[in-house]
Design a protein around this ligand. Sequence first.
Ligand code: SF4
Length: 333
Amino acid sequence: MLGFKESPWIIHYDASSCNGCDIETLACLTPLYDVERLGVVNTGNPKHADIFLVTGAVNEQSRDVIRNIYHQLPEPKVVVAVGICAASGGIFRDCYNICGGVDSVIPVDVYVPGCAARPEAIIDGVVKALGVLERKHREMVAIANSIDKILYLRAEAIDAPEILALQKVAYQSEAEIYGDDSLPALQQTLEDLKDDFERRPQREATVLGARDSSAAGPDRIVFLKAVVNGKIIGSVRGYAVDSTAYLSRLIVHPYFRKRGIGRRLLDEIEKAFPGVTRFETKTGQQSKRNLYQLAQRGYETFKTEPFTPAITWVCLQKERKPAIRSETPVLQP
Ligand code: SF4
């Protein structure tokens, strides 16, 4: 942790700036401000960086590059959007090729205002980023030390903002696989997610991909969360129509993957539907980790569905064994 505070390493990327914010960023390195004397290093290698500093609005060409760089930064990492263009698209936001601010592609932790952002404001943003970095590091250490004390609980509407933030982080790796951030999980808004916590049968069927929305209306969507130290690090949701439970959005924070959390969430969501005899879910055809995990839990492919030119859904199902059917859910309502 001392290394972060004493010498934060930064990678700077110009998404499509007019160069105003870039010049001000580089001015921080000149003798007048000389941030290197404070230990700040401007690195060209994302794998060495703690802070990802982005200037300019995101366009079609820079979108994949931003995502690619972001994924190469080790955890914990902080993203700083410098200038109004990086925050929202700024004066270019209505241009034909502009997708929006940096947070339309990756999660942003610190916004630096200004057009152009002044070097003092950029340095202030980096100092704020150090605080965020320190907090993230503390949380990760605390969670790693108590990973064996994870609670698997029902999530409520009050958890929606935290689940949505986790969803956006967790699905970044899927977007990178397909080079496509039009995935529904990345496009979902907080209002949408809050609605999903309510009983809205027709809409639920559309959102989660039920095959037959005209059948008996589904029950309320069940949300589960994996919580450690009061923080949600995993989640899954599902609902039942007749004798089938439709499961979706099995997410685990990237830092806590390969620890059995996703497997346990899947088991728990199945137990939350004791009355069904069949489970159905879907994932992308190139999501090898998801396909492997689902195959390990007994799911088998029964059809594929094209979704976008890059993504084909693989639909998987699993019949519940009679012995398990009588099990009582372990989760408390
Ligand atoms: S915020 Fe202003 S100075 Fe910075 S990139 Fe946008 S237009 Fe240029």
